[in-house]
Design a protein around this ligand. Sequence first.
Ligand SMILES: [Zn+2]
Ligand SMILES: [Zn+2]
Length: 175
Amino acid sequence: MSIVIDLRSVIDEGVGASLKVEGTTAGHAELEKFHLGSIEYCCTAPIIYEFDFLNAGECVQTTCKVHADVQTDCVRCLEAFDLAFDSDVEETYFFTPTDDEHGEPYPVIPDDLKVDVEPLLLEALLVEAPFAPVHDEDCQGLCMQCGADLNKGDCGCDDAPDASHPLAGLKDLIK
Ligand SMILES: [Zn+2]
Ligand SMILES: [Zn+2]
């Protein structure tokens, strides 16, 4: 399933016409989670979105705003935690194939004037989602020797890392 928006009204009304479309991703199973590299974000509520379209003649300028409530695992202590973020991105849809200044093609408005804005919504989520989410900036992470969660107190291990311990490499992996 995708999020398809019919641009016929904003195109028929001519240059300067605008269209606002608000909604949520309720019922969109494929948007219940998303990934940024190896980090998985699970939505704890439907994503709230708002699209604004402006007829600019040869193209339709678009802004996508999202609010997401998500859960992910802290990269230091591996505990699941909730976070929320707001984001917005812009896109331009052209009637005829057009490249941007980097040679990348802009999305083209199909003949039926219905655009799938799901890729834009996903982009809005990914620009704001942290690459290395931490549940707290002061998270102490896990003990390199015994794997204990150091936020819950001192585990009593020596500070000197024991390279022979099977968890010794964990801290490097989760940086
Ligand atoms: Zn943590
Ligand atoms: Zn320890």
